[in-house]
Design a protein around this ligand. Structure first.
Ligand code: ADP
Length: 183
């Protein structure tokens, strides 16, 4: 089973749910930049307050901030990791590549969870998080298309991309991920 992983997909695709299940079963560190940022927001720090403003608009927080969060966490893992929500643009992907070369832990597989927009919007509206209202969701989907989706091609060219259909029951999606990763 591969142990240096990245889950990619639009907001609402189920990355977080699947990443949690996967990390619990296989003992990997789950590095979700969304969760880590929300922790920062709840801590009430100045950085958190600034991040909250951006997140509530559905925009991306600065590359420097997420990179420093990820870097700190990656250096503290030893039995594999799963990145969720990072990288979200080409610049972050380049920074990640440099970081992983430095620690000599190359990315082994990227799992793309695919799902049609109609289902995504329904799921996100049902979730009811602070950044889950219609206008903000539309913004996040647009940013995903513009900034994040080019990463699909990038990892495909490296031959490490696995595509999974996300519009199915949680356990069905989970099995297809395990299968794709050689479990
Ligand atoms: P979702 O999977 O629904 O998009 P996340 O929990 O991954 O939600 O992220 C929530 C918000 O946190 C994003 O809309 C963005 O503002 C911020 N965020 C998370 N990860 C990153 C990142 N790698 N770069 C910039 N902003 C990020």
């Amino acid at each position: 089973m591969k142990k240096k992983l990245l889950f990619l997909g639009p907001p609402g695709a189920g990355k977080g749910t699947q990443a949690n299940l996967f990390c619990n079963k296989y003992g990997l560190s789950h590095l979700s930049t969304g969760d880590l940022l929300r922790d920062e927001v709840s801590s009430g720090s100045v950085l958190g307050l600034k991040a909250a403003e951006i997140m509530n608009k559905g925009e991306l927080v600065s590359d420097e901030l997420v990179l420093s969060i990820v870097e700190g966490r990656l250096l503290n893992t030893n039995d594999g990791w799963l990145l969720d929500g990072f990288p979200r643009n080409v610049n972050q992907a380049n920074s990640l590549k440099i970081l992983l070369e430095k620690i000599n832990q190359p990315l082994e597989r990227v799992v793309l969870i695919k799902i049609a927009d109609d289902y995504l919007i329904k799921r996100l509206l049902g979730r009811g998080r602070q950044d889950d209202n219609e206008q903000v969701i539309a913004n996040r989907l647009q940013i995903y298309r513009e900034k994040t989706s080019p990463l699909i091609d990038l990892y495909n060219k490296q031959g490490i991309l696995e595509e999974i259909e996300g519009n199915a029951d949680i356990d069905v999606v989970f099995s297809s991920i395990e299968k794709a990763l050689g479990g």
